[in-house]
Write a protein that binds this ligand. Structure first.
Ligand code: PLP
Length: 373
């Protein structure tokens, strides 16, 4: 937040700022999706929907899994939520009582820890490194699980590392968590933004996981606040009741818009955008490495590169602040994502055009060279 505030102040002073800290697609929502939202409003679709979501959307999501991954998911198990954020709250509310804990990755998506805290539950932030693709693995779960642990959570592709959870690692995670009678929550919000032909869903490995997804990232609908979750059947009723109390329902017009987002012709536009993100990654990754950052695992998805900057600093927070004030390039320091080796990392987001990325990296180059002398 400090970096964002600093970037904003500099922008207001007329400085050109390169926003490589932004965690949302730069593309506006596709026109066909916007039209569907407008049509819904014009047709007075302005009332609540059922708390679990529009039945037609739950079915369309089931079809999507069939089309994309050739798996059968009953629409009954699909719950439409106010973004992945709503799904994370529902999953944790359902699985954690006060005093229980959930295993998270460090580094990881920072809000998870705070959601657990709101529920008077705890989080065990497990340090993860390149050896496990910055993901949990069976060994780490075994070492950190205790008698108050109820769930473990991973995100694949991950924020901030862009790395995927290897499928075999997921199989082993499912086994160990099942033995412990816990639940695995798999956040697949960046699904669809995977660049090396190895996109998969945890639902093809196990029906026992809670799988979270969203229309925010691949579908380019961050501001519409609509996502979903697939859960084992026995939890649907409890989640229905929790959702009725916390949210009443996800936004109605956004659910109608989401129906269009799932259509095959909209997918063509979204896949073109995915290919643009791939081009950006393929440009940025070699440049980041050439400048002397270390990227130990190839980021295969999302729009992030988590780079080790210890060659330049042992205090990435102040280094990032200095880079912003001297060169106008905003990155996210490792401390935003946890404590583990945080001072040695920063995150680049490629949510800007190739042109902007190129200019920004020239600035980073100048900054590094100037500080060498
Ligand atoms: C890993 C991860 N999960 C969940 C979210 C929440 O997304 P939303 O609520 O917009 O679907 C984000 C947002 O950046 C994220 O990076």
């Amino acid at each position: 937040m400090d970096i964002l505030a600093q970037a904003k102040t500099l922008s207001e002073q007329g400085r050109e700022i390169y926003h490589l800290e932004v965690g949302e697609p730069d593309f506006p929502t596709a026109e066909s999706i916007i039209s569907a939202g407008v049509d819904a409003l014009n047709a007075f679709k302005t009332h609540y929907t059922p708390a679990l979501g529009l039945p037609a959307l739950r079915e369309a999501i089931a079809d999507y899994y069939q089309r994309k991954f050739s798996i059968d998911i009953s629409p009954e198990r699909i719950i439409v939520t106010p973004g992945a954020s709503g799904a994370l709250q529902l999953a944790m509310s359902c699985l954690l009582d006060a005093g229980d804990n959930v295993l998270l990755t460090d580094p990881g998506y920072p809000c998870n820890k705070n959601i657990a805290e709101v529920l008077a539950a705890e989080s065990i932030c497990v340090p993860v490194d390149a050896d496990s693709c910055y993901q949990l693995d069976a060994k780490r779960v075994g070492e950190n699980w205790n008698d108050k642990s109820r769930a473990a959570m991973v995100a694949t592709p991950s924020n901030p590392t862009g790395t995927l959870l290897p499928k075999q690692q997921l199989v082993e995670l499912c086994q160990v968590i099942e033995q412990k009678k816990g639940r695995l929550i798999v956040d697949e919000i960046y699904q669809g933004l995977v660049y090396d032909d190895n996109d998969y869903t945890a639902l093809s490995v196990s029906d026992e996981c809670f799988v979270i997804n969203s229309f925010s990232k691949y579908f380019g609908m961050t501001g519409w606040r609509v996502g979903w979750m697939v859960v084992p059947e026995q939890y649907v009723d409890a989640i229905d009741r929790i959702a009725q109390n916390i949210f009443l329902a996800p936004p109605t017009m956004s659910q109608y818009a989401a129906l269009t987002a799932l259509k095959a012709d909209t997918q063509l536009i979204l896949d073109e955008r995915r290919d643009i993100f791939k081009q950006r990654r393929d440009f940025l990754l070699p440049v980041v490495k050439q400048l002397g950052f270390d990227v130990e695992v190839k980021p295969q998805g999302a729009f992030y590169i988590y780079a080790n900057c210890e060659r330049f600093t042992d205090d990435s927070f102040n280094w990032v602040k200095q880079l912003l004030s001297e060169q106008g390039v905003a990155l996210t320091p490792g401390i935003d994502f946890g404590q583990h080796s945080a001072n040695r990392y920063c995150r680049f987001a490629y949510t800007q055009s190739l042109d902007v990325l190129e200019q920004a990296m020239d600035k980073v180059d100048s900054f590094i060279n100037k500080n060498k002398q």
